[in-house]
Design a protein around this ligand. Structure first.
Ligand SMILES: Nc1nc2c(ncn2[C@@H]2O[C@H](COP(=O)(O)OP(=O)(O)OP(=O)(O)O)[C@@H](O)[C@H]2O)c(=O)[nH]1
Ligand SMILES: [Mg+2]
Length: 305
Protein backbone atom coordinates (compact mmCIF):
# COMPACT_ATOMS: atom_id res chain seq x y z
CA UNK A 1 0.00 0.00 0.00
CA UNK A 2 1.35 3.46 -0.84
CA UNK A 3 1.60 6.17 1.81
CA UNK A 4 -1.20 8.02 0.06
CA UNK A 5 -3.52 4.99 0.28
CA UNK A 6 -2.58 4.62 3.94
CA UNK A 7 -3.56 8.24 4.53
CA UNK A 8 -6.91 7.64 2.91
CA UNK A 9 -7.78 5.25 5.68
CA UNK A 10 -9.45 7.54 8.17
CA UNK A 11 -7.56 6.33 11.24
CA UNK A 12 -4.08 6.95 9.82
CA UNK A 13 -2.39 10.04 11.21
CA UNK A 14 1.02 11.58 10.62
CA UNK A 15 3.33 13.29 13.06
CA UNK A 16 6.93 14.30 13.36
CA UNK A 17 9.51 16.43 15.14
CA UNK A 18 11.12 19.18 13.06
CA UNK A 19 14.14 21.05 14.45
CA UNK A 20 14.70 24.63 13.28
CA UNK A 21 18.42 25.39 13.52
CA UNK A 22 20.85 28.04 12.33
CA UNK A 23 23.24 30.67 13.60
CA UNK A 24 21.85 33.56 15.69
CA UNK A 25 19.61 36.17 14.06
CA UNK A 26 18.79 34.39 10.78
CA UNK A 27 15.04 34.39 11.57
CA UNK A 28 14.33 30.96 13.09
CA UNK A 29 11.84 32.21 15.68
CA UNK A 30 10.17 34.54 13.17
CA UNK A 31 9.71 31.52 10.90
CA UNK A 32 8.20 29.40 13.68
CA UNK A 33 5.75 32.16 14.63
CA UNK A 34 4.82 32.62 10.97
CA UNK A 35 4.13 28.90 10.49
CA UNK A 36 2.05 28.73 13.68
CA UNK A 37 0.22 31.96 12.91
CA UNK A 38 0.83 32.96 16.51
CA UNK A 39 3.76 34.41 18.36
CA UNK A 40 5.16 31.95 20.87
CA UNK A 41 8.89 32.60 20.46
CA UNK A 42 10.37 36.05 21.02
CA UNK A 43 12.26 37.84 18.25
CA UNK A 44 14.54 40.87 18.21
CA UNK A 45 17.05 42.55 15.93
CA UNK A 46 19.84 41.29 18.18
CA UNK A 47 21.56 37.91 17.96
CA UNK A 48 21.21 35.36 20.77
CA UNK A 49 17.59 36.19 21.50
CA UNK A 50 16.27 32.65 21.93
CA UNK A 51 17.88 30.88 24.89
CA UNK A 52 15.88 27.67 25.19
CA UNK A 53 14.33 25.00 23.03
CA UNK A 54 10.72 26.01 22.43
CA UNK A 55 8.20 23.64 20.97
CA UNK A 56 5.48 24.89 18.63
CA UNK A 57 2.79 22.40 17.62
CA UNK A 58 0.72 22.65 14.45
CA UNK A 59 -2.08 20.15 13.97
CA UNK A 60 -3.99 20.14 10.71
CA UNK A 61 -6.04 17.46 8.99
CA UNK A 62 -4.53 14.38 10.54
CA UNK A 63 -0.98 15.78 10.54
CA UNK A 64 0.83 17.07 13.58
CA UNK A 65 4.14 18.86 13.15
CA UNK A 66 6.10 19.48 16.32
CA UNK A 67 8.56 22.27 15.59
CA UNK A 68 11.51 22.83 17.89
CA UNK A 69 12.84 26.39 17.83
CA UNK A 70 16.41 26.58 19.09
CA UNK A 71 18.98 29.15 20.23
CA UNK A 72 21.30 30.23 17.42
CA UNK A 73 24.43 28.09 17.38
CA UNK A 74 27.39 30.36 18.04
CA UNK A 75 31.12 30.20 18.59
CA UNK A 76 31.26 32.08 21.87
CA UNK A 77 31.52 29.48 24.63
CA UNK A 78 32.89 31.75 27.31
CA UNK A 79 29.98 31.68 29.76
CA UNK A 80 27.88 28.82 31.09
CA UNK A 81 24.83 30.46 29.47
CA UNK A 82 26.46 30.29 26.01
CA UNK A 83 27.28 26.65 26.55
CA UNK A 84 23.72 25.94 27.71
CA UNK A 85 22.33 27.64 24.59
CA UNK A 86 24.59 25.74 22.22
CA UNK A 87 23.73 22.50 24.00
CA UNK A 88 20.01 23.22 23.67
CA UNK A 89 20.47 23.75 19.93
CA UNK A 90 22.65 20.67 19.39
CA UNK A 91 20.38 18.43 21.45
CA UNK A 92 17.42 19.44 19.32
CA UNK A 93 19.05 17.63 16.40
CA UNK A 94 18.76 14.29 18.16
CA UNK A 95 15.84 12.05 17.32
CA UNK A 96 14.04 14.42 14.99
CA UNK A 97 12.35 13.44 11.73
CA UNK A 98 13.40 16.48 9.79
CA UNK A 99 15.75 19.44 10.14
CA UNK A 100 15.18 22.96 8.83
CA UNK A 101 18.53 24.72 8.45
CA UNK A 102 17.95 28.47 8.20
CA UNK A 103 20.46 30.87 6.66
CA UNK A 104 20.30 34.59 5.85
CA UNK A 105 20.54 35.07 2.07
CA UNK A 106 24.17 35.21 0.93
CA UNK A 107 25.60 36.27 4.30
CA UNK A 108 27.54 33.07 5.02
CA UNK A 109 29.66 33.16 8.18
CA UNK A 110 31.84 30.74 10.10
CA UNK A 111 28.90 30.17 12.45
CA UNK A 112 26.87 28.93 9.46
CA UNK A 113 29.81 26.64 8.83
CA UNK A 114 29.46 25.33 12.38
CA UNK A 115 25.78 24.60 11.80
CA UNK A 116 26.48 22.98 8.44
CA UNK A 117 28.97 20.60 10.08
CA UNK A 118 26.33 19.62 12.65
CA UNK A 119 23.44 19.11 10.25
CA UNK A 120 25.72 17.16 7.94
CA UNK A 121 25.87 14.50 10.65
CA UNK A 122 22.14 13.95 11.14
CA UNK A 123 20.51 10.97 9.51
CA UNK A 124 17.13 12.55 8.70
CA UNK A 125 16.43 14.79 5.69
CA UNK A 126 17.57 18.42 5.94
CA UNK A 127 15.72 21.27 4.23
CA UNK A 128 17.79 24.40 3.62
CA UNK A 129 15.77 27.57 4.08
CA UNK A 130 17.26 30.77 2.69
CA UNK A 131 15.48 33.47 4.67
CA UNK A 132 14.96 37.24 4.33
CA UNK A 133 14.69 37.12 0.53
CA UNK A 134 12.32 40.11 0.74
CA UNK A 135 15.52 42.13 1.23
CA UNK A 136 16.94 40.99 -2.12
CA UNK A 137 16.35 43.02 -5.25
CA UNK A 138 17.82 40.36 -7.47
CA UNK A 139 17.09 36.80 -6.38
CA UNK A 140 19.57 35.44 -8.93
CA UNK A 141 22.43 36.24 -6.57
CA UNK A 142 21.29 33.23 -4.52
CA UNK A 143 22.22 30.83 -7.31
CA UNK A 144 25.98 30.64 -6.57
CA UNK A 145 25.21 30.16 -2.84
CA UNK A 146 22.82 27.32 -3.62
CA UNK A 147 25.32 25.74 -5.97
CA UNK A 148 28.15 25.98 -3.48
CA UNK A 149 26.11 24.63 -0.54
CA UNK A 150 24.73 21.76 -2.59
CA UNK A 151 28.29 20.68 -3.30
CA UNK A 152 28.95 20.40 0.48
CA UNK A 153 25.80 18.60 1.45
CA UNK A 154 22.82 16.99 -0.13
CA UNK A 155 19.69 18.84 0.97
CA UNK A 156 16.22 17.35 0.64
CA UNK A 157 15.05 20.75 -0.62
CA UNK A 158 16.33 24.30 -0.86
CA UNK A 159 13.60 26.87 -0.36
CA UNK A 160 14.07 30.67 -0.35
CA UNK A 161 11.49 32.30 1.96
CA UNK A 162 10.60 35.47 3.75
CA UNK A 163 9.61 34.53 7.28
CA UNK A 164 8.53 38.07 8.11
CA UNK A 165 6.44 38.58 4.96
CA UNK A 166 5.35 34.96 4.58
CA UNK A 167 6.59 34.43 1.02
CA UNK A 168 7.02 30.74 0.15
CA UNK A 169 6.26 29.61 3.70
CA UNK A 170 3.35 27.57 2.28
CA UNK A 171 5.82 25.79 -0.03
CA UNK A 172 8.05 25.05 2.93
CA UNK A 173 5.15 23.65 4.93
CA UNK A 174 4.11 21.46 1.99
CA UNK A 175 7.68 20.12 1.80
CA UNK A 176 7.61 19.39 5.54
CA UNK A 177 4.19 17.75 5.45
CA UNK A 178 5.16 15.52 2.54
CA UNK A 179 7.99 14.09 4.66
CA UNK A 180 6.06 13.46 7.87
CA UNK A 181 6.08 9.83 8.94
CA UNK A 182 2.92 7.95 9.83
CA UNK A 183 2.46 8.21 13.57
CA UNK A 184 0.18 9.09 16.43
CA UNK A 185 -0.30 12.66 17.62
CA UNK A 186 1.66 13.45 20.77
CA UNK A 187 -0.18 16.64 21.70
CA UNK A 188 -3.90 17.51 21.94
CA UNK A 189 -5.13 19.25 18.79
CA UNK A 190 -5.52 22.66 20.47
CA UNK A 191 -2.12 22.70 22.21
CA UNK A 192 0.34 25.07 20.56
CA UNK A 193 3.39 24.87 22.84
CA UNK A 194 4.86 22.81 25.66
CA UNK A 195 5.93 25.93 27.54
CA UNK A 196 4.07 27.22 30.59
CA UNK A 197 2.29 30.56 30.74
CA UNK A 198 4.89 31.72 33.27
CA UNK A 199 7.69 30.93 30.80
CA UNK A 200 5.93 32.78 27.99
CA UNK A 201 5.34 35.79 30.25
CA UNK A 202 9.03 35.93 31.26
CA UNK A 203 10.05 35.76 27.60
CA UNK A 204 7.73 38.59 26.57
CA UNK A 205 9.24 40.80 29.28
CA UNK A 206 12.78 39.87 28.20
CA UNK A 207 11.90 40.68 24.59
CA UNK A 208 10.68 44.15 25.53
CA UNK A 209 13.91 44.78 27.44
CA UNK A 210 16.03 43.59 24.50
CA UNK A 211 14.05 45.69 22.06
CA UNK A 212 14.29 48.89 24.12
CA UNK A 213 17.84 48.73 25.35
CA UNK A 214 21.21 49.14 23.69
CA UNK A 215 23.48 46.38 22.58
CA UNK A 216 25.23 45.43 25.80
CA UNK A 217 22.60 45.10 28.50
CA UNK A 218 20.20 42.52 27.03
CA UNK A 219 22.75 39.75 27.38
CA UNK A 220 23.09 40.47 31.06
CA UNK A 221 19.36 40.13 31.73
CA UNK A 222 17.09 37.30 32.71
CA UNK A 223 13.53 37.40 33.98
CA UNK A 224 11.88 35.35 36.68
CA UNK A 225 8.12 35.28 37.25
CA UNK A 226 7.47 35.52 40.96
CA UNK A 227 3.71 35.65 40.85
CA UNK A 228 1.18 34.54 38.23
CA UNK A 229 -2.32 34.56 39.65
CA UNK A 230 -5.86 34.85 38.36
CA UNK A 231 -8.05 37.20 40.37
CA UNK A 232 -11.47 37.13 38.76
CA UNK A 233 -11.08 38.76 35.37
CA UNK A 234 -7.63 40.00 36.21
CA UNK A 235 -4.30 38.24 35.83
CA UNK A 236 -1.71 39.45 38.31
CA UNK A 237 1.89 38.95 37.14
CA UNK A 238 5.04 39.95 39.00
CA UNK A 239 8.33 39.75 37.16
CA UNK A 240 11.79 40.04 38.63
CA UNK A 241 14.40 41.33 36.18
CA UNK A 242 17.86 40.11 37.16
CA UNK A 243 20.96 41.94 35.97
CA UNK A 244 24.65 41.52 36.70
CA UNK A 245 25.66 44.99 37.90
CA UNK A 246 24.25 48.08 39.61
CA UNK A 247 24.93 50.24 36.55
CA UNK A 248 22.74 47.94 34.47
CA UNK A 249 19.96 48.17 37.02
CA UNK A 250 20.11 51.94 36.76
CA UNK A 251 19.84 51.82 32.96
CA UNK A 252 16.84 49.49 33.00
CA UNK A 253 15.02 51.65 35.53
CA UNK A 254 15.94 54.82 33.65
CA UNK A 255 15.47 58.43 34.59
CA UNK A 256 12.68 58.62 37.21
CA UNK A 257 11.71 55.06 36.33
CA UNK A 258 10.68 56.00 32.79
CA UNK A 259 12.47 53.13 31.06
CA UNK A 260 11.06 50.42 33.32
CA UNK A 261 7.61 51.93 32.96
CA UNK A 262 7.88 51.81 29.16
CA UNK A 263 9.12 48.22 29.23
CA UNK A 264 6.25 47.28 31.53
CA UNK A 265 3.71 48.97 29.31
CA UNK A 266 5.04 47.22 26.14
CA UNK A 267 4.99 43.87 27.95
CA UNK A 268 1.53 44.36 29.46
CA UNK A 269 -0.02 45.12 26.06
CA UNK A 270 1.41 41.97 24.55
CA UNK A 271 0.54 39.81 27.55
CA UNK A 272 -3.06 41.03 27.44
CA UNK A 273 -3.28 39.76 23.86
CA UNK A 274 -1.47 36.53 24.62
CA UNK A 275 -3.59 35.58 27.61
CA UNK A 276 -6.79 37.34 26.45
CA UNK A 277 -7.12 38.91 29.87
CA UNK A 278 -6.64 42.16 31.68
CA UNK A 279 -3.17 42.13 33.23
CA UNK A 280 -1.76 43.80 36.30
CA UNK A 281 2.00 43.69 35.74
CA UNK A 282 4.60 44.56 38.35
CA UNK A 283 8.28 44.60 37.49
CA UNK A 284 11.31 44.78 39.77
CA UNK A 285 14.99 44.92 38.99
CA UNK A 286 17.58 43.18 41.14
CA UNK A 287 21.32 42.69 40.85
CA UNK A 288 22.50 39.09 40.94
CA UNK A 289 26.06 39.22 39.76
CA UNK A 290 27.53 36.34 37.83
CA UNK A 291 24.25 34.47 37.22
CA UNK A 292 25.07 33.83 33.55
CA UNK A 293 28.29 32.01 34.34
CA UNK A 294 27.11 30.08 37.36
CA UNK A 295 25.74 26.60 36.62
CA UNK A 296 23.69 26.44 39.82
CA UNK A 297 22.21 29.89 39.41
CA UNK A 298 21.35 29.07 35.79
CA UNK A 299 19.57 25.88 36.83
CA UNK A 300 17.52 27.66 39.44
CA UNK A 301 16.59 30.30 36.84
CA UNK A 302 15.19 27.66 34.48
CA UNK A 303 18.24 27.12 32.27
CA UNK A 304 18.08 23.43 32.93
CA UNK A 305 18.68 20.62 30.44
N1 LIG B 1 13.57 41.51 6.29
C1 LIG B 1 13.38 40.38 7.00
N2 LIG B 1 13.71 40.34 8.30
C2 LIG B 1 13.52 39.18 8.96
C3 LIG B 1 12.98 38.03 8.34
N3 LIG B 1 12.92 37.04 9.26
C4 LIG B 1 13.40 37.55 10.41
N4 LIG B 1 13.76 38.84 10.25
C5 LIG B 1 14.33 39.75 11.26
O1 LIG B 1 15.58 39.24 11.68
C6 LIG B 1 15.78 39.50 13.07
C7 LIG B 1 16.08 38.20 13.81
O2 LIG B 1 14.94 37.38 13.80
P1 LIG B 1 14.74 36.21 14.86
O3 LIG B 1 13.54 35.43 14.43
O4 LIG B 1 14.77 36.72 16.24
O5 LIG B 1 16.07 35.35 14.58
P2 LIG B 1 16.56 34.01 15.28
O6 LIG B 1 17.23 33.19 14.24
O7 LIG B 1 15.45 33.36 16.01
O8 LIG B 1 17.66 34.57 16.28
P3 LIG B 1 18.26 33.91 17.67
O9 LIG B 1 17.10 33.56 18.53
O10 LIG B 1 19.09 35.00 18.22
O11 LIG B 1 19.06 32.73 17.25
C8 LIG B 1 14.51 40.20 13.54
O12 LIG B 1 14.73 41.58 13.53
C9 LIG B 1 13.48 39.79 12.51
O13 LIG B 1 12.43 40.73 12.36
C10 LIG B 1 12.62 38.12 6.95
O14 LIG B 1 12.15 37.20 6.31
N5 LIG B 1 12.86 39.32 6.34
MG1 LIG C 1 15.22 32.91 18.00
Amino acid sequence: MTDKQKDDQAEVTRSGYVAIVGRPNVGKSTLLNRILGQKISITTRKPQTTRHQIIGVKTEQGSQVIYVDTPGLHRDRKEALNRYMNRAASNALRDVDLVIFVIDRTAWTDEDELVLAKVNQVRCPVILVINKVDKLKDKDILLPVIKNLSSHMSFAEIIPVSASKGDNVDLLEAAINSRLPVGIHYFPEDQITDRSERFLAAEVIREKIMRRLGDEIPYQVTVEIEQFRSEGKLLRISGLILVQRTGQKRIIIGNKGEQLKAIGSDARKELEKLFASKIMLNLWVKVKSGWSDDERALKSLGYDD
